[in-house]
Design a protein around this ligand. Structure first.
Ligand code: F6P
Length: 483
């Protein structure tokens, strides 16, 4: 789909480039790879609130990237505090991890204001700005107040919080009003759109249902909230999967691991990914099943993440201790049942592991989408291998042919791992993987990005006959408005 988007402005926490020992390189991730060609074409500006200025303020880049100059204590209170110590656990249903501190909320507001100022400065008259994720949810309304001429899109990349969870956020009403500054709000799956509707009900904000989307009247305009499931760089992963060097590396990995069955998990080390619970389920399998003790190896790639947040530092220690215990109980001089790699892998290295794995074990306790599930499927040249996927990941709503499991059901998780590891491959397995491959190819991240931008422009042009309806407003269901 062609979009006008001249001089598109993107606002996100991370920058599209990072400085490494060998110079400035593209940052990892499918979102970046989808947006880079769009940005090159539109010669726009990318505003990054959490980025390293040295990697950005240089003429070597193909378009303008602006890292905001923010005092380090503000940046830390915004990133480690309000974003990843409050909004992230809240949205993933980890209420007990949430900490709401007034100075962190102030920092969040300040960073969003700075991002809105920068976007207002760089956007062309009548231009398009696309704001990303929970770290910057107030930007749409702040930007609209500064530049009513702009078309503003917003994408929330994690689960939308359940209304019971949202009720405890001291600035829930500001959060929703911030998001509603956009013309189009994207969430991954219809389930999250329904959760957003619950939040509108809680706050007594009027809306109309329009099919699976929601329209919220906002004076002379309206905000549309819709499901836009993201995907991966399907061609890129498929071509790595066909690459002979990658295939040779995959064969070497399988041989190094003893030639048995290989299970693979790839996650940022985040408590929402359920890594400890998965390791414990695998440990139970080794306790119960002699064949698994002999033949099954779990490779856990754990990318260190957010280590300035205490919950993440503690998690890493728990993961390492659990792996150590399993090794101590079931390992031997020639047998290591779990391999933990605590580092980042590039896509070529990852593709070799995807090819080597007989099954991908994608069992987060909660996940907005989970692109590892997509990458595993996209990389495989043939419809073999199995995908074990949590029902609590957004991806489960899309990849319905996966082997689905409730990650909170301890015995259920152990027996699901046993099945995908040891059951002989059947025609049904092949049919399931073929169906998953067809689904994943329809959902490329490029289609997602260009489709969302095209829809954004369409939404600002449409005139929906919006009849505001009063929504249920239970007195007991009001969210505290105090900041
Ligand atoms: O998918 C959610 C998300 O927060 C993205 O916004 C982010 O790129 C990714 O997870 C990694 O998190 P962080 O930027 O905190 O390392």
């Amino acid at each position: 789909m062609k979009t006008r988007s001249p001089r598109l402005v993107i606002v996100s926490a991370r920058a599209p480039f990072v400085r490494t020992g060998s110079g400035i390189v593209r940052a990892p991730g499918g979102l970046i790879s989808a947006l880079l060609p769009l940005m090159r074409r539109s010669r726009g500006t990318w505003i990054a609130t959490g980025a390293d200025r040295e990697a950005c303020d240089t003429s070597e880049l193909p378009f303008r990237v602006r890292a905001l100059a923010l005092p380090s204590e503000i940046r830390s209170a915004w990133y480690a505090g309000a974003s990843n110590g409050a909004l992230w656990p809240l949205s993933h249903g980890f209420g007990e991890v949430c900490r709401f501190r007034a100075e962190q909320a102030r920092a969040y507001f300040e960073v969003c204001r700075a991002a809105a100022d920068a976007a207002a400065e760089y956007a062309l008259p009548g231009g398009v700005v696309w704001v990303h994720d929970y770290q910057l949810a107030l930007v749409p309304a702040l930007l609209r107040a500064r530049r009513p001429d702009l078309t503003i899109g917003f994408f929330w990349h994690i689960p939308w919080p359940a209304s019971d969870s949202l009720r405890v956020l001291p600035w829930a009403s500001e959060l929703i009003e911030g998001v509603l500054g956009a013309d189009l709000v994207g969430l991954h799956v219809p389930r999250y759109v329904r959760a957003f509707r619950d939040a509108l009900d809680e706050l007594g904000i009027a809306y109309v249902n329009d099919g699976e989307s929601i329209v919220v009247p906002r004076g002379a305009r309206h905000t549309r909230i819709e499901a836009w499931p993201i995907g991966v760089d399907v061609d890129g992963w498929a071509s790595l999967g066909r690459d002979e060097t990658v295939a040779a590396e995959a064969a070497r990995i399988t041989a190094d691991l003893g030639g048995g069955r290989v299970l693979l998990s790839v996650d940022r080390m985040d408590y929402a990914k359920g890594i400890v619970e998965r390791l414990e389920a695998f440990e139970r399998l080794l306790e119960q099943n002699a064949e698994a003790r002999e033949r099954v190896t779990l490779v856990q790639i754990g990318v260190p993440s957010r280590e300035t947040v205490p919950a993440y530092r503690e998690l890493r220690q728990r993961i390492e201790a659990t792996v150590g215990r399993i090794q101590g109980r079931f390992g031997g001089p020639r047998r290591k049942p779990v391999h933990l790699f605590a580092r980042t892998f590039d896509s070529t290295e990852l593709a070799a592991y995807y090819l080597a794995a007989d099954a991908a074990i994608v069992t987060p306790k909660r996940d907005g989408m989970n692109l590892v599930a997509f990458e595993y499927v996209a990389t495989r040249p043939r419809p073999n291998g199995r995908l074990l996927l949590s029902t609590t990941a957004g991806a489960a709503d899309v990849l319905t042919e996966a082997h689905l499991v409730n990650p909170y059901d301890e015995e259920g998780l152990t027996s699901a791992i046993e099945d995908v590891a040891l059951a002989p491959e059947t025609a049904s397995d092949i049919a399931r993987m073929a169906a998953l491959q067809a689904r994943v190819s329809q959902l490329s991240v490029e289609t997602w990005a260009s489709g969302f931008l095209a829809r954004l422009e369409q939404v600002t042009e449409e005139r929906v006959p919006v009849r505001a309806q009063e929504t249920r407003l239970a007195a007991s269901a009001r969210v505290t408005r105090a900041r």
